[in-house]
Design a protein around this ligand. Structure first.
Ligand SMILES: Cc1cc2nc3c(=O)[nH]c(=O)nc-3n(C[C@H](O)[C@H](O)[C@H](O)COP(=O)(O)O)c2cc1C
Length: 303
């Protein structure tokens, strides 16, 4: 039986719904030889900013029960060096590249999107308005107005597919989702990490240099599933789900809850080939269930 795993996110067509989550797969090259990169639907790159960022004080990563905390703080070489130094190797993989961007204002997001607009191999831009590890008092993703302003600014600077990455650190994620949709975002991705911390009782200090960080991995999966389901039912644009996807079964849960595509994050640190294995596992599941087209089960959760 022929089984199609092809999905569409705006103008972007993916041969299968499995993408790497921003910040967990570097710029692809770091995983060469360890992962079946060509088997992935797409790579989402580490978030880039206008100027280079050194990131936060160490320690920046620790393991927690059923998950991990990170407070990387958007370490990256800046957009110009990303285009010059990182894009040549990303191009070689011949799979769609989604560039994640973050700015300090709508105008900065616009400049970033404008700079990337001319880079052919970048097929979509993911607007990261939800990083919990930077020195702002409020996340843009916690305000409907900021979300709208940023999406509109990015739209005015690029013809590429726009994905807006939402934060779980909000009271009502559906109102932010609707704001992004009405401003013209072609898709939504969720969830970014949950603000969290861990304490060393001997030293009486936080285990992270930045004090707080973001929680990811299996611990967040039930929260992420509920948010994906709520957002799926609140908007008409595609939803890209993530949060604790460790194997194909987790991915199928997200697809049934309304994810057109999924991102694999923390799992890459345990098994660099997780993404490729998840894509294969989804295919086998569909064949076993005699489902010809993955699109037939997106949001197919029985009510
Ligand atoms: C070490 C690390 C770095 C991350 N860096 C970014 C980033 O730069 N931009 C971003 O949008 N999300 C970043 N994230 C969040 C992930 O993309 C993802 O939203 C989150 O980890 C939930 O998925 P997971 O549980 O599968 O890891 C990072 C996560 C981790 C663990």
């Amino acid at each position: 039986m022929k089984t199609s795993l092809k999905v569409k996110i705006g103008k972007l067509t993916l041969k299968n719904p499995v993408m790497t989550a921003s910040g967990t797969f570097g710029y692809g090259v770091e995983f060469e030889g360890l992962a079946g990169i060509k088997e992935l639907g797409a790579i989402v790159t580490k978030t880039i900013t206008l100027r280079a960022r050194a990131g936060n004080r160490p320690p920046r990563v620790i393991e927690t029960p059923s998950g991990m905390l990170n407070s990387i703080g958007l370490e990256n070489p800046g957009v110009d060096r990303f285009i010059k130094d990182k894009m040549p190797s990303l191009r070689r993989f011949k799979i769609p590249i989604v560039a994640s961007i973050a700015g300090e204002s709508a105008a900065e997001y616009k400049r970033l999107a404008g700079k990337l607009d001319g880079v052919k191999e970048i097929e979509a831009v993911e607007i990261n308005i939800s990083c919990p590890n930077i020195e702002t008092s409020k996340l843009f993703a916690q305000s409907e107005k900021s979300t709208k302003d940023i999406v509109e600014a990015v739209r005015s600077a690029t013809g590429k597919t726009i994905i807006t990455k939402l934060s779980p650190n909000v009271t009502d994620i559906t109102s932010i989702a609707r704001a992004a949709e009405s401003a013209g975002s072609h898709a939504l991705s969720l969830i970014n990490t949950l603000t969290a911390m861990a304490v060393d009782i001997e030293k009486k200090e936080s285990m992270l240099g930045n004090i707080t960080g973001g929680l990811s991995g299996p611990a967040v999966k039930p929260v992420a599933l509920a948010m994906v389901w709520k957002v799926y039912n609140a908007v008409k644009i595609p939803v890209i789900g993530m949060g604790g996807i460790m194997d194909w079964r987790d991915a199928v849960e997200f697809i049934l809850c309304g994810s057109t595509a999924v991102n694999v994050g923390t799992a890459n640190f345990v098994n660099p080939n997780a993404g490729a294995e998840i894509a294969e596992g989804i295919k086998k599941y569909l064949r076993k269930k005699k489902i010809k087209d993955i699109n037939d089960i997106i949001g197919g959760l029985r009510k």
